[in-house]
Design a protein around this ligand. Structure first.
Ligand SMILES: Cc1ncc(COP(=O)(O)O)c(C=O)c1O
Length: 395
């Protein structure tokens, strides 16, 4: 049986060869390869600073700390996102204030952001707009609203390498952003993350925080400035350093990024074309002026006529979606729910006394979204086979 994984990283001989450097030199922790990866990443995204970390979650955590978020603060977070977005807020002792999404983009509903700010019941200090599945959130509106209400912005760009609004790449809006290199992301280093920012003070703080609070990194001490004395520590930091093995892989992956992103866009276009006449499946909507990076190709089950579902239609459609996903899996076709409605997860539900229907669009997206297999070299024929199975199962 042919298998269609949900995604497939593009790794090979080049990455194996790149690992020889750190293995032969014995320099395995954050060092020259991480530095090179950071500078390639900053250049590609178009930002002054890129700071590598162990993963996107740690980049989000440090980003919030560098923006001054701490105990007692509240941070707006979309209620449909990976749990890590909200967890990063909890790590700071702050409180996530959930906000519903726009079901057409799966991103935070900017009108509701404004409503939350107007209500003013929480001392809201920041917002984490998530550029979910590779589609930028409405960053211009978020910057505008945040300016009026004095919020700091940390974009969760975990999925957003290749995402643009006009010519502007994700991760370049103020104040900072965090990317992921988990294997389900376009480029991967296994685990891995990157904080990007045009604010040098934020970058400097994150560089120290990721390295136990050290005033100088190993590379600076041993190579760039010389000397073997230990550095000063002026703050409580963490060990969130990326290894140089990962950095070496990251450098190679940057060279493949164009190929990976264009291959994924081609795959998404095959799906768009082949799903056009399927009335009960809504394909990703890309607002005017935005470039979707398709970290995932996420569809939504419709009651028919490509109409967006209502909450009362959700339970029946959810049963159908789950059956479809289970049947596809039996045929070797992996699908996934897009991501989760975080306010429905036990930890958040209990801690903040939330109900599933508090954020109805997030709940609909949780119960009715379905990501289809997508990887850099998926062919039109493969997409055709997947769609054929989808249609046969549902009829
Ligand atoms: C939207 C979002 N935020 C954060 C993360 C966390 O990324 P990482 O696994 O690199 O910590 C992910 C990963 O799936 C994600 O999709």
């Amino acid at each position: 049986m042919k298998r269609y994984p949900i995604t497939r990283p593009y790794l090979g001989e080049e990455e194996l060869e790149a690992l020889r450097g750190p293995i032969e030199s014995g320099w395995l922790v954050q060092g020259p390869n991480v530095k090179k990866f950071e500078s390639l990443f900053a250049k590609r995204v178009g930002v002054r600073n890129a700071v590598a970390t162990t993963n996107c979650t740690s980049a989000l955590h440090l980003g919030l700390l560098a923006l001054g978020i701490g105990p007692g603060d509240a941070v707006i977070v979309p209620s449909f996102t990976y749990i890590a977005t909200a967890n990063a807020v909890e790590y700071c002792g702050a409180r996530p204030v959930f906000c519903d999404i726009d079901l057409t983009t799966f991103n935070i509903d900017v009108n509701q952001v404004e409503d939350i700010c107007k209500r003013g019941e929480n001392p809201i200090k920041a917002i984490i707009p998530v550029s979910l599945f590779g589609l930028s959130a409405d960053m211009d509106a978020i910057v505008e609203i945040s300016g009026r209400y004095g919020l700091r912005i940390l974009e969760d760009a975990a999925c957003a390498l290749g995402a643009r609004i006009g010519n502007r790449h994700a991760g370049t809006w103020p104040d900072a952003a965090a990317f992921s290199f988990h294997p389900r992301k376009p480029i991967t280093t296994g685990e891995g993350g990157m904080l990007t920012t045009n604010d040098d003070a934020v970058a400097d703080k994150v560089r120290k925080l990721r390295d136990h609070g050290a005033e100088a990194s190993d590379l600076e001490r041993h190579v760039e400035k010389g000397g073997s004395l230990l550095p000063q520590f002026n703050m409580l930091g963490y060990n969130y350093r990326m290894t140089d093995l990962q950095g070496a892989i990251g450098v190679v992956q940057m060279g493949k990024a164009d190929q990976i992103l264009s291959g994924r866009r081609a795959g998404a276009a095959f799906y768009d074309a082949l799903l056009e006449d399927l009335e009960w499946l809504i394909t990703p909507h890309v607002p005017e002026g935005r470039t979707h990076a398709y970290q995932s190709y996420v569809t939504l089950i419709s009651p028919g006529g490509k109409r967006y579902p209502r909450l009362d239609e959700m339970p029946g459609l959810n049963v159908k979606r789950n059956r479809l996903m289970a049947e596809l899996e039996k045929q070797g076709i992996s699908t996934r729910q897009g991501t989760h409605a975080v306010h429905t997860l036990a930890y958040y539900k209990k801690k903040y006394g939330l109900n599933d229907t508090d954020y109805p669009n997030a709940l609909l997206a949780d119960r009715l979204s379905m990501a289809l297999p997508l990887y850099w070299n998926i062919t039109r024929e493969e997409v055709g086979e997947i769609i054929e199975s989808v249609k046969v199962i549902m009829f």
